[in-house]
Design a protein around this ligand. Structure first.
Ligand SMILES: Nc1ncnc2c1ncn2[C@@H]1O[C@H](COP(=O)(O)OP(=O)(O)OP(=O)(O)O)[C@@H](O)[C@H]1O
Length: 242
């Protein structure tokens, strides 16, 4: 099977060491790692937002040479920051994810994300979780082949965590590939594959269950499993801050 997303030696100077990555159509990949490890940097490099070297192709198409409209169909990037300062209504923000005006598609997304009561409110008046749903709707709008989601589940209540995972899984049914950074390691279970980023490198690439129980994960996070949960690894206390 030819991978849908192919990244070769993507790097950001001083933050992300050259990384190769291949993701198949229909695959959901979790990206985990400690604070400052390079998860956002990796996603931004894959989106071509910041890329000092290397290249990314989607379905054989180099994203660097795609027009802005074409890029919207190839990929979308959901930023981790939900700080929308524009006094623009939610409906119009969702429309920004489309290369051409398409009110019917915007209505579909408003229904999917249950945004009807919020659609005509300025986004800078919405709660953080509400803004997350508006931004997810914008990211989904053009039905991109690759979704790069930076902390899509942060700020969401349990209903919206489950619902967001369902919506993203449904996107894979039409062949979309998904990479999503997470902080809650338990959420990895909803994914097909999990990548550990540590100190600017891809340190492991496994099934979620394998990664969950790997020494690389425990070492990167300086934690160890304890019954049903996690505790700080005794070795971490002896290490100076890295
Ligand atoms: N614009 C920037 N300029 C310089 N260094 C940056 C910039 N953005 C991030 N960094 C640094 O790059 C490293 C990786 O940051 P990145 O945001 O990719 O980590 P992350 O894994 O997403 O972290 P978190 O879990 O805290 O969101 C960090 O050391 C960070 O301080």
């Amino acid at each position: 099977m030819t991978p849908l997303l192919k990244a070769q030696q993507v790097a950001i100077d001083g933050r992300l060491s050259p990384a190769d990555l291949e993701v198949d159509a229909g695959q959901m990949v979790a990206v985990v790692g400690p604070n400052g490890a390079g998860k956002t940097s990796l996603l931004r490099a894959l989106a071509g937002i910041e890329l000092d070297s290397g290249g990314v192709s989607i379905d054989g198409e180099d994203i660097a040479s795609a027009s802005p409209a074409r890029r919207m169909h190839l990929l979308s990037f959901l930023p981790a920051t939900r700080g929308l300062v524009w006094p623009i209504n939610a409906r119009d923000v969702i429309g920004l994810g489309l290369p051409t005006r398409d009110p019917e598609r915007v209505d579909e997304l408003i229904e999917l994300l249950e945004l009807d009561p919020l659609a005509n409110r300025p986004v800078n008046s919405l709660s953080t979780g509400e803004r997350s749903r508006v931004l997810l709707a914008r990211a989904l709008a053009a039905k991109p082949q690759v979704l790069l989601l930076d902390e899509p589940l942060s700020n969401l209540d349990p209903y919206w965590v489950i619902k967001t995972l369902q919506i993203v899984r449904e996107a894979t049914v039409y062949g979309c590939a998904v990479l999503a950074s997470l902080h809650d390691l338990a959420q990895m279970r909803a994914f097909d594959r999990a990548i550990l980023v540590n100190e600017g490198t891809v340190a492991a690439d496994r099934t979620p269950m394998e990664l969950m129980h790997s020494p690389e994960l425990a070492d990167a996070f300086r934690i160890e499993s304890s019954g049903e949960g996690w505790r700080i690894s005794p070795a971490a206390d002896r290490r100076s801050s890295r």
